[in-house]
Design a binder for this molecule. Structure first.
Ligand SMILES: [Zn+2]
Length: 427
């Protein structure tokens, strides 16, 4: 029987390797959009995991949104078989990172290490988590070569842009079928002592108000679509936002401000389009005949998407009865159902016990305000036994000088390895 001490020694011995692996991954700039270097990072991981005895598949999401010859959407799935049959534990990380943005003092793709932190775009979201899961799996295999079941590690594309060329594609191909995979851990940066059970739902829509174009010097001859939109915004301020704020959820969403329904207005456009750079003339005087907003409504497990839609339609219909000539159109853009894994699910209970053993503190259950790839594993893959658990501080994601702490990664690696020992050990 392998005990946890042996496992922890294996992880401690791999500390330099964990650092080097994280740095190497950060140094492959997998920017999304447009989706750069996906093949390079998959080739790098393929070489690494093949050396550790994994059978590796590279899968291109042909025909997925944004897949092209210039920027093909490559994914990697690596599988290591145990000695005897048993469950499969799958670690899924996305390999894409978001744009750099401004305000960096460190090299964004340098992977520099300073005071126990590794810096770079993707350090915490989520190349640090990917490296941690690889080292945890390798340490476990070395300490417990006779384990039962299988371990899978995937590195997938496009999580930052919806996951359609990544986890959604793999789920459609059956990679997350419950007959093949029984436990999924997504090492997103939720902090080493927290288990993320799921996320709120999303509904994106476009609302357009209609008017009539006329000369700006005689607005009474036209009908201003921007003023109609003003009425929509006023109604939102007066009634909709207070209503949303009053809807509290039992989901343990963090931060606390997201423990209610929210709505963001992502964009507003009305009137003539912004002219290209270099245009030195003035705008022309026209009454705008179209005004459009994009709304981003985040909803709770207690809410139904049809009610969420009906709430907006009812608001617009009310304005219509009060406001002459008000006419609108509403278009659905995108929706994701909320998801939350049961606290008694095997992967939750196992990781919870592992956190308590490694960190000598109680694990905290959280729910993410925004979505991540769990939605595809749940809905397309039909696999409920799935959580996000990984090192790194969520607030640093997408920020300048993003970093991941080496101690946090090492602790998380212990939690992951202990989870493997519990679920697959002693074959
Ligand atoms: Zn992420």
């Amino acid at each position: 029987m392998t005990d946890s001490t042996r496992l922890f020694d294996e992880i401690a011995a791999r500390r330099d390797d964990l650092i080097a692996l994280t740095q190497d991954l950060i140094r492959i700039p997998t920017l999304n959009p447009p989706g750069r270097n996906y093949r390079e990072i998959c080739d790098y991981l393929s070489a690494r995991l093949s050396r550790s005895g994994f059978a590796v598949e590279l899968i291109r999401a042909v025909g997925a949104p944004a897949d092209s010859e210039t920027h093909p959407r490559w994914n990697l799935v690596a599988r290591h078989e145990g000695r005897t049959p048993g469950d499969c534990v799958h670690f899924n990380s996305h390999h894409d990172v978001v744009e750099i943005g401004h305000g960096w003092t460190m090299e964004p793709f340098g992977g520099q290490m300073k005071n126990g932190r590794i810096y770079g775009r993707g350090a915490c979201d989520m190349k640090g988590g990917l490296a941690t899961s690889i080292v945890a799996a390798e340490a476990f295999i070395s300490a417990c070569p006779d384990y039962r079941g299988a371990i899978e590690i995937s590195a997938t594309a496009d999580e930052e842009s919806g996951g359609f060329g990544g986890v959604a594609y793999l789920a459609e191909q059956g990679y997350f079928d419950p007959s093949r995979v029984q436990h999924v851990i997504i090492p997103e940066p939720l902090n080493k002592d927290r288990i993320c059970l799921g996320h709120r739902g999303v509904w994106w829509a476009e609302i357009e108000t209609h008017g009539r174009i006329a000369h700006g010097s005689m607005p009474f001859l036209g009908d201003c679509a921007v003023r109609h939109m003003g009425a929509v915004l006023e109604e939102m301020e007066r009634h909709l936002f207070p209503l949303l704020a009053s809807k509290r959820t039992a989901m343990p969403v963090v931060p606390d401000g997201a423990r209610q329904s929210t709505l963001n207005i992502n964009a507003i456009h009305g009137g003539e389009p912004v002219q290209e750079d270099g245009y030195t003339g003035f705008p022309s005087p026209c009454v705008p005949d179209r005004c459009r907003i994009t709304i981003d409504r985040r909803f709770l497990i207690e809410e139904d998407i049809s009610e969420v839609r009906a709430e907006i339609t009812a608001m617009l219909e009310k304005i219509k009865t009060e406001r002459p000539k008000f006419s609108y159109e509403i278009r659905d853009l995108f929706e994701v159902q909320p998801t939350m894994t049961d606290e008694d699910a095997p992967v939750v209970r196992t990781v919870q016990a592992a956190i308590e053993k490694v960190l000598s503190k109680q694990a905290e259950f959280v729910v993410s305000p925004g979505t991540y790839d769990q939605k595809h594993i749940d809905r397309i893959g039909r696999l409920k036994n799935c959580i996000a658990y990984g090192p790194g501080i969520l607030d640093l994601a997408h920020q300048p000088d993003e970093w991941v702490g080496v101690d946090d990664m090492a602790d998380s690696a212990k939690v992951m390895a202990l989870t493997l020992l519990e679920l697959l050990g002693n074959g």
